[in-house]
Write a protein that binds this ligand. Structure first.
Ligand SMILES: NC(=O)c1ccc[n+]([C@@H]2O[C@H](COP(=O)([O-])OP(=O)(O)OC[C@H]3O[C@@H](n4cnc5c(N)ncnc54)[C@H](OP(=O)(O)O)[C@@H]3O)[C@@H](O)[C@H]2O)c1
Length: 303
């Protein structure tokens, strides 16, 4: 198939973006937007460096590329960093999203925005798409504000709320807690995890596939991209240890708020994935199936 539709992926060296870029295939003419050079160069991928993602340079680049669809993954996604650096968090997570939304509004393009399970307060899980957000930290506040901006695009907006994303980097690098956990296990170091936090983890391969499907189809509105199992993070880490061949004893349960400087986290932000299961061809997986897919992909890395 000849590449025909132009897709722009922001935050291209990030964790989720790497999965999107690796799996996009020939259906798309792929443009990757990053502040730096590609960590994993590939043919059929036009890498666009924009060291400042402020409005003027981004607008120039957008007008050159003229994307039909943008998948916007770029964000300051470190919750504790955002809490300590609110101005920077607002600048990236809200203002950059506003610029892209305005550009899509003017061009008639579609915007697929990556939001998060942590927009919810954690006290009334599982959450459906129509449930009301209740952010408990600054990162979540910025994502709620960005969702509101994106939703003004109406039928040209998709808000994909990702649950905790688990996986090894497919291309590029980024924010993979699994990679850090495995590195600790390999060194024989224990990993402390907050046992009281409950999540519905989604693997990075599935998240990338689902985002591409949402970009390609005429989907619009909010979608919860989440796995089919609710797990506390202690159980999750133990299952990871077992599956990767390490001792469960390397996982320790951390009581709430023992780490200085840790921003508040919602307790249980399990997402109901019924809409994604009913609408998308990409299957949402159990945690064991997700780990299987991660291991298969690591054994057959993207070329
Ligand atoms: N990972 C998860 O568990 C999770 C869960 C829920 C929601 N999400 C959301 O999913 C999206 C992708 O997350 P991720 O895990 O892939 O994050 P990530 O690995 O940290 O990647 C985010 C990318 O954003 C870009 N970025 C970072 N700081 C920036 C800045 N100051 N200005 C402009 N761009 C900047 C960087 O791309 P370049 O280096 O290429 O510029 C970075 O690699 C984010 O919107 C995040 O909020 C993630």
């Amino acid at each position: 198939m000849i590449a025909h539709r132009k897709l722009l992926v922001t935050g291209a060296n990030g964790f989720v973006a790497g999965s999107i870029l690796a799996q996009a295939g020939d259906y798309w003419q792929l443009h990757a937007l990053s502040r730096g050079a590609s960590l994993a160069p590939r043919k059929n991928l036009r890498w666009q460096v924009c060291d400042s993602l402020s409005a003027a340079p981004l607008t120039r680049l957008f007008h050159e590329i003229k994307p039909e669809v943008v998948i916007h993954t770029a964000a300051l996604a470190d919750i504790d960093f955002c809490q300590a650096n609110p101005a920077a968090a607002r600048e990236v997570n809200i203002e950059l999203t506003r610029t892209l939304a305005n550009l899509c509004a003017d061009s008639g393009g579609k915007l697929v925005f990556c939001s998060t399970d942590t927009i919810f307060d954690g006290e009334r899980a599982p959450y459906k798409e129509a449930d009301v957000p209740g952010p408990v930290n600054l990162y979540a506040e910025t994502k709620v504000a960005a969702e509101q901006i994106v939703s003004a695009l109406g039928t040209r907006a998709v808000i994909a709320r990702l649950a905790l994303v688990v996986g090894l980097p497919v291309l590029g690098a980024g924010n993979s807690f699994l990679a850090r956990m495995i590195a600790s296990f390999k060194d024989g170091r224990t990993v402390g995890v907050p046992a009281h936090e409950i999540r519905t983890p989604v693997d990075v391969i599935t998240a990338g596939r689902a985002l591409l499907e949402l970009a390609a189809g005429d989907h619009h509105g909010i979608f919860h991209l989440a796995g089919s199992e609710r797990l506390n993070r202690f159980e999750m880490a133990q299952r990871i240890a077992r599956r990767f061949g390490f001792s469960e004893k390397l996982v320790t349960a951390q009581p709430p708020a023992t780490t200085p400087g840790r921003a508040p986290r919602p307790r249980d932000v399990s997402l109901a994935n019924a809409k994604a299961c009913a609408t998308l061809q990409t299957p949402m997986r159990t945690f064991d199936d997700a780990l299987s897919l991660i291991l298969e992909t690591a054994a057959n890395p993207a070329t």
